[in-house]
Design a protein around this ligand. Structure first.
Ligand SMILES: CCC/C=C/C(=O)SCCNC(=O)CCNC(=O)[C@H](O)C(C)(C)COP(=O)([O-])OP(=O)([O-])OC[C@H]1O[C@@H](n2cnc3c(N)ncnc32)[C@H](O)[C@@H]1OP(=O)([O-])[O-]
Length: 719
């Protein structure tokens, strides 16, 4: 919808009205078309201003409409009609002008923005391109290189940057609509021909072919198989090389291909999934909208290793007062230096002052007595963490929330060490903690909705995408990673190489294959956990590494590497070899190939030819199967939670929507059938046994992913 008012006698003001972001729904488009006609037909009206209600210009096309039958006036002719208008049209941009919203503004003859406004063409993040003329008008207005940057990254730019590009004509700190109205009155008699961007020539640098070649290469490298960024480059190239009308035709063709691609569907699903995780719920029935968080003003971090340092930086950068505690003097000094460096570099990038004064360092746990919330980030050792929680419970105010940055230990056991177990939750950050977007907020059986709501809100304030999950070994992310890693090792035993497995996974779209990722994280981390679990040791009777544990297949390959002190990048050797310890360039290692051959010979394993399909199916479907178990157990409330965790925490390619969305795309019956096939071939691998929930979903006719929660509810109510 849109509203029309006449202001200052001669200006027609069209206000977009479609909360929350004034998206261009069919009703809004119809409103704009009708009200533009009205403004143009009223003789008293000499100019027009378009704005949005509630301080938001426009969030772009209504993404909810993409899935269904499009109705209402189409965007392109609507924007053309504005550009062709005989009276000046001024866009008054407050808040945001994104996607179709900016394309609408580009159709106007002038753009006035508030200094706090942000603009951008983020269609690429939804698997699309700026297909309402944006890919053709933007390069004509701000030049090819800047347009390529904005369109291929989808980044939002500040009003100041937009002014520098020439994307807006003026910025103001005052009431933008009033300024735009005055501006509109001033330009009433100005000729409009020079203001219609579609008539501009597209100014190209002399070496335009080289520029496009370079940009295309760089986009292909970073796209990890996503097609929209490539189509964006092609569309801008059309603007640079073709007359406007032909460029528009090319834009239309490219958009049509993207629209029908599975990738756009996946990315649009993911857009809503990111928002859905904020509406968390617990099996007890507690929910985001009925559980109020308590404000946190002062927080503490205990343990300043890699994780503790990152968490401290994230908190300080978001404006929290932080007490940072490290009991070892030498470690404390090193941490202080490292944290200050991180804060200074971050502040320089963002053009702000570093938040050094937000942090008070100390060696004594007593110094956290008055904080509202503590995040414990000591070494991943249950006995040590228990001790810290006992101390915290004795030292802190009774109302202090006690959180553990564990990556998989039992939150309940920690809660039991405290006076107020209902105030204990897990806050599982991902390294580097000041950079990675994901936060798993883990509730145990005793955690109160208040504690979950407070941790979720804190996560939001420090810029994380927070997902509330239940308490189990590894929570959601690391629990699903286990069968994935396990299959990768089994594939090596059966004849694959780390290079081949990684290549297949990287072609699928992971930033790193499983072995390169393990080398980066350090192989010793998992080894210590397996030793604590009694897995990484030789068979007690033969003294030999065993391939069977508690009746299940087990691969000791990772343990054998660690026994050779091959811990990955940090030691210069792991699944790959590196030029020197700490180097990141992984090279195939002939030693490892010989080691695998000898290992297979020792265990009488006959290597067979493993193809792409087998690598993908075994690694991904076993992980997805665990995802169904997690849903069945109520550890994650819905498939969106799992998908968001995997995209933000484990580099799952976003254009494939996340593992559960991917399963729906492949077809649940196919996933089930392949799991059955592999389980039959490997009956000693329980993670390949199809989960009952997966069977139930297939038996219910494989409903769309948005309907899974209903089936899950039914399955869980029968348990
Ligand atoms: C045809 C080809 C040409 C054109 C293509 C396009 O324009 S493509 C589009 C290009 N545009 C974009 O890509 C912009 C996408 N939007 C954003 O980036 C952000 O939402 C924001 C920066 C606008 C506001 O951030 P924030 O943190 O303040 O708030 P928030 O993120 O929590 O959202 C609040 C609510 O608004 C909802 N909603 C938002 N936008 C849309 C929409 N366009 N549509 C529908 N709904 C939308 C959102 O789902 C949520 O609903 P919920 O969960 O409450 O029911």
């Amino acid at each position: 919808m849109a509203q029309y008012t006449r202001v200052s006698g001669s200006v027609g003001l069209i206000t977009l009205q479609s909360p929350p972001v004034n998206a261009l729904s069919a009703a809004v488009r119809q409103g704009i078309v009708d009200l533009m006609q009205r403004a143009l037909s009223e003789p008293e009206v000499k100019s027009v201003v378009i704005c949005g209600q509630n301080g938001i210009f426009c969030g772009g096309a209504d993404i909810k409409e993409f899935g269904g039958q499009m109705s209402g006036p189409p965007l392109i002719p609507m924007i053309h009609a504005i550009e062709a208008a005989s009276k000046p049209v001024v866009a008054a941009i407050e808040g945001i002008a994104l996607g179709g919203g900016l394309e609408l503004a580009l159709g106007c003859h002038y753009r006035i923005a508030h200094s706090k406004a942000k603009v951008g063409l983020p269609e690429v993040t939804l698997g699309l391109l700026p297909g309402a003329g944006g890919s053709q008008r933007l390069p004509r207005l701000i030049g090819v290189p800047a347009a390529l940057d904005l369109i291929t990254t989808g980044r939002h730019v500040t009003a100041a940057e937009a002014l520098k590009f020439g994307l807006v004509d003026q910025i103001t700190d005052h009431n933008t609509v009033n300024v735009a109205v005055k501006f509109a009155q001033r330009v009433t008699d100005q000729p409009l021909d020079a203001r219609r961007i579609s008539t501009y020539p597209c100014l190209c640098p002399p070496d335009v072919d080289v520029l496009f070649e370079e940009v295309m290469q760089s986009v292909r490298r970073t796209a990890r198989g996503a097609i929209a960024p490539i189509a964006c480059v092609q569309a801008v190239r059309a603007a640079a090389t073709l007359p406007y009308n032909q460029g528009m035709e090319r834009e239309r063709e490219l958009l049509a291909t993207l629209f029908t691609s599975g990738q756009a569907h996946a990315l649009q699903y993911f857009f809503f999934a990111q928002r859905a995780v904020g509406r968390w719920s617990m099996p007890s029935g507690a929910r985001w909208d009925t559980s109020k968080p308590r404000p946190v003003h002062k927080a503490a971090v205990i343990g300043l290793g890699t994780m503790g340092r990152g968490i401290t930086v994230a908190l300080a950068q978001a404006g929290f007062s932080v007490v940072a505690v490290e009991t070892q003097e030498k470690q404390l000094m090193e941490a202080k230096q490292a944290i200050s460096g991180m804060l200074e570099r971050g502040a320089k990038r963002r053009g702000v002052a570093p938040a050094l004064d937000k942090i008070n360092y100390g060696r004594n746990i007593q110094s956290v007595a008055d904080v509202d919330l503590v995040i414990e980030a000591v070494f991943e050792d249950m006995a040590l963490k228990k001790k810290v929680f006992q101390q915290l419970s004795a030292v802190c105010k009774p109302s202090t929330f006690l959180c553990s940055n564990t990556s998989g230990l039992d939150i309940d056991q920690l809660a039991c060490q405290t006076r107020n177990p209902e105030l204990v939750v897990g806050m599982h950050f991902f390294a580097p903690a000041h950079v990675m977007k994901l936060l798993e907020v883990v509730y145990g059986p005793k955690s109160s909705p208040l504690a979950v709501a407070t941790a979720m809100q804190l996560g939001k304030k420090i810029g994380k995408v927070s997902v509330a999950v239940g308490n189990c070994r590894g929570f959601v992310g690391n629990r699903m990673l286990k069968p994935y890693l396990e299959q990768a090792l089994f594939l090596l035993e059966e004849g694959a190489t780390p290079e081949f497995v990684d290549q297949v996974l990287e072609e699928f779209g992971f930033a790193m294959g499983v072995f390169r990722m393990s080398d980066l994280s350090g192989l010793d981390v998992g080894w210590k956990v397996r030793m604590a679990d009694g897995l990484a040791m030789p068979d007690s009777t033969t003294g030999q590494p065993t391939r069977l544990r508690q009746g299940r297949r087990y691969s000791p390959l990772g343990d054998l590497l660690c026994e050779q002190r091959r811990f990955g990048q940090k030691t210069g050797r792991g699944w790959y070899q590196y030029d020197k310890p700490g180097s990141q360039v992984a090279k195939p290692d002939p030693w490892l190939h010989r080691f695998l051959d000898e290992y297979r010979a020792r265990h009488a394993l006959v290597a067979h030819r493993i193809d792409h399909q087998e690598v993908l199916e075994r690694c991904l479907y076993s992980m997805i199967n665990e995802g169904f178990r997690i849903l069945e157990d109520g550890i994650a409330a819905g498939p969106e939670d799992i998908d968001v965790i995997y995209v933000f925490g484990y580099s799952w390619p976003r254009h494939r929507g996340g593992p559960m969305f991917y399963a729906a795309t492949v077809g649940l019956n196919k996933v089930l059938e392949r799991l059955e096939h592999y389980y039959q071939a490997h009956p000693d691998v329980p993670s390949l046994q199809p989960c009952p929930l997966l069977r139930k979903l297939v038996a219910s006719g494989s409903p769309p992913i948005q309907k899974w929660r209903e089936v899950i509810k039914k399955v869980r109510s029968q348990l």
